[in-house]
Design a protein around this ligand. Structure first.
Ligand SMILES: [Fe+2]
Ligand SMILES: [Fe+2]
Length: 398
């Protein structure tokens, strides 16, 4: 009975540290991504790697608790980094997904651990063993019977459920990225979208995984549309609506082109020429390809035109009312959406295209295939424009 009692208390302790870890991760990732991020691999408010690390630290504390604090700090840093490294290898090998990536950080080992974070882990280890754990364990010991058993059973049920569900679709998602892109010749959007929707929590939370997903999506779109893009290469040369003689297209976008506020996009430099020039190319190309592959050509044309509807030069730091330069990429989709909604009636599809066109820079996953298409074409047109500037001919997206 004593053993069962102790096990229940340890489980509550493990859940407490996993919850504390979740709070730390939410703060860190939310600040980094500029929005609320439900951090961690599980759906619930727990990051178990913190629970495992805390238990390892408490265990180690039994042996080195009487050593000088600096020595404890070193041991804790090495121990937590080892746990982090092992979980990193596990997620890459078993889940086929990289859940964090320190490649850009100094003194990193295969992107799985790095010196700055090891220093943080050492500091947190000292804090945990000296202050946090005595307090938390003291509180847990106050839990009266039979509540510790009830809590333990509920926690076991929850962890088993959440782990099995999360591991299952992370594995599927990771595998599909590694294999399906290679195997499938056609862009089987329905199947892929289904998988993405199921894994959207993880894709939205983990930047490196998002970049991997988007890289795969763009690669497939490029393969699928390479012939069409080649056929429509002339669209990259248009500079004015008068270059376009497609009556259906002009009918779809006439009110936007003629609108006084939208006309102001001609005043702001974007890539080689103006926002107007860039948006017209994205819009017409999106319309042409959507029409050929039987997507919603009207909404693609309109949202393609409105996707960069912001009225400032993002390179000019003196321009009033513009976001900080390095955050322009994050903020302008929302600004474009606000401007568009102020002057035009938008469908849900058009809204999704505009507000998510910077994915994967902005985290939320595009909802419609038109949104994916225009996100891709925006990058394709941008690359073509930037290459044109340096004298090189426009080429397919890299
Ligand atoms: Fe944009
Ligand atoms: Fe754009």
């Amino acid at each position: 009975m004593f053993l069962l009692h102790l096990l229940s208390l340890l489980l509550i302790c493990f859940a407490s540290y996993s919850f504390l870890g979740w709070i730390i991760e939410v703060f860190y990732r939310s600040i980094k991504q500029g929005r609320f991020v439900n951090a961690g691999f599980l759906h619930g408010c727990f990051v178990p790697v913190y629970g495992v690390s805390a238990f390892s630290l408490i265990l180690l504390d039994f042996y080195i608790g009487n050593q000088p604090v600096f020595l404890q700090f070193l041991f804790y840093a090495v121990l937590v980094s080892s746990v982090e490294y092992a979980v990193g290898v596990f997620s890459e090998r078993v889940l086929h997904a990289r859940l964090w990536d320190y490649s850009g950080e100094p003194f990193n080992l295969y992107g799985r651990v790095c010196l700055p974070f090891s220093i943080i882990w050492g500091g947190l280890g000292v804090l945990l063993t000296h202050i946090i754990h005595p307090f938390v364990w003291g509180k847990i010991l106050l839990i009266a019977s039979p509540y510790e058993y009830i809590a333990a059973v509920l926690l076991v049920l929850y962890f088993v459920y959440d782990f099995s569900v999360s591991i299952s679709w992370t594995r599927k998602l990771g595998k599909s990225l590694e294999e399906e892109f290679e195997r499938m010749k056609s862009f089987n959007y329905g199947e892929f979208q289904h998988l993405l929707n199921k894994g959207s929590h993880i894709v939205n939370t983990f930047e490196s995984l998002r970049e991997k997903v988007s890289g795969g999506v763009y690669k497939r779109l490029e393969e699928k549309f390479s012939k069409l893009l080649e056929e429509n290469r002339k669209v990259l040369q248009i500079t004015d609506p008068s270059d376009i003689d497609d009556v259906e297209y002009l009918g779809y976008v006439a009110d936007i082109l003629a609108h006084e506020e939208f006309q102001k996009t001609k005043l702001y430099k974007h890539h080689k020429k103006s926002i107007f020039d860039h948006a017209l190319k994205v819009s017409y190309l999106s319309y042409k390809i959507s029409k050929t592959v039987k997507l919603n050509a009207k909404d693609a044309a309109r949202a393609g035109l409105l996707h960069d509807f912001f009225l400032y030069d993002w390179r000019n730091s003196d321009d009033p009312g513009r976001p900080v330069k390095h955050l322009h990429g994050f903020h302008h989709p929302k600004i474009a959406l606000e401007n568009s909604m102020r002057y035009f009636n938008l469908s849900e599809l058009e809204k999704d295209i505009i507000v998510k066109h910077m994915w994967p820079l902005t985290p939320m996953l595009p909802k419609y295939r038109e949104s994916f298409l225009i996100t891709f074409l925006d990058k394709y047109v941008t690359l073509a424009e930037l290459k044109e500037k340096s004298g090189a001919p426009p080429a397919a997206i890299q």
